[in-house]
Design a protein around this ligand. Structure first.
Ligand SMILES: [Mn+2]
Length: 346
């Protein structure tokens, strides 16, 4: 609130073009308190202020929100390059470039939903199982308010406790999983919990509607000739990266919408689904991946579905020397916000 008020007076003093009319300035205090409006770089410099996601207000809980950005800063489930624990912070920093409207789809998320950044889950960086418990309990509280969580990871382990909490309200849930990897291993190095196992655990616990699961972008070397056999045996639709090469994914998403039907759907997007040429800052990169355009097509293709939550995981800032991986993650999260139910489109 302090920041918003400051921005209003600051905006009035630095912008002579608003003719003294505060209500033409797109800041939060002009929104009639119904919606949160992010600070606009037209009036407050991008480099100024505390870096919340999309320059939205921060609040401690999800109370009163329709959707919330939340960070889960862990990489203790990572099998290769670490660093995803720094993902939420870097995504927030790069998200200062985001503006309020989606020029491509004409979505106006901040005229539709009350959104805020509600900070991070208080994780235990020494104990992954305890972290999973903390995530599950945090998401229970978020979901109890009716708020839709938009999660910034963190490694992909987090999808398991998040989906446990989601499934307490929406079981079984459909899943659109965008990733280079199936993340359906059973045991890795003797451990059941890690970033390669979350969806196996979800299936074992009956959280997923397996006929309404699609995995898009899978590729790379495997431990066996058919790395994705287990997924197909569960009834998942598997769309390997090779099926995506050189084409628009809009037709695929029409089929995915038909597959998902009217039931609840969760979107889990691992940044390593994208080619490492576009998104090198990640823990387990695989060559010959999706383009950012295809990533956006997948998310925009989710419009109209009964989305109950989304995540963007595996951004690893130490391997992201330009910041472009985090910037891509920030934009994909904004695209996710823009396809939630009840979004206004101009
Ligand atoms: Mn993954």
């Amino acid at each position: 609130m302090f920041v918003a008020r400051w921005s209003l007076s600051r905006a009035a003093s630095v912008s002579g073009s608003v003719s003294g009319s505060f209500c033409r300035i797109p800041v939060r205090t002009c929104s009639g308190k119904r919606f949160n409006v992010p600070l606009s770089a037209e009036f407050v410099a991008r480099v100024s202020g505390i870096p919340t996601m999309a320059r939205l207000p921060h609040q401690d809980t999800a109370d009163g929100l329709d959707a919330a950005f939340i960070g889960v800063p862990i990489d203790t489930g990572t099998s290769n390059r670490p660093g995803a624990r720094f993902g939420p912070r870097q995504i927030r920093t790069e998200s200062a470039l985001l503006r309020a409207y989606n020029s491509g789809t004409r979505a106006a998320p901040y005229e539709s939903l009350r959104v805020a950044d509600i900070g991070d889950v208080n994780v235990n960086v020494y104990d992954l199982k305890d972290t999973c418990k903390r995530i599950r309990e945090s998401y229970r509280k978020i979901l109890a308010t009716g708020c839709i969580p938009l999660t910034m990871g963190g490694d992909h382990t987090i999808a398991y406790p998040i989906l446990q909490a989601v499934a307490e309200r929406h079981v079984p849930v459909g899943l659109i999983h965008v990733d280079a990897h199936a993340d359906t291993s059973d045991v890795v190095l003797g451990e059941k919990i890690g970033h390669g196992t979350p969806f196996r655990r979800c299936v074992e616990e009956g959280l997923l509607d397996c006929k309404r699961v699609v995995q898009i972008g899978l590729r790379g070397t495997g431990y066996s000739p058919d790395s994705f056999e287990w997924s197909r045996a569960q009834g998942f639709r598997v769309v390997q990266a090779e099926e995506c090469w050189f084409k628009s994914l809009a037709p695929l998403m029409a089929e995915v919408r038909a597959q998902m039907g009217s039931g609840p759907v969760y979107l889990s997007f691992d940044i390593d689904a994208l080619d490492p040429g576009f998104a090198p800052g990640t823990g387990t990169p695989e060559i010959a991946g999706l383009t950012p355009i295809q990533g956006v097509e997948i998310i925009r293709g989710c419009r109209g579905l009964s989305m109950v939550g989304c995540d963007l995981v595996e951004v690893s800032p130490p391997y992201d020397t330009t910041g472009n991986t985090a910037l891509t993650g920030a934009n994909l999260l904004f695209e996710m916000l823009c396809i939630l139910p009840n979004i206004k489109y101009y």
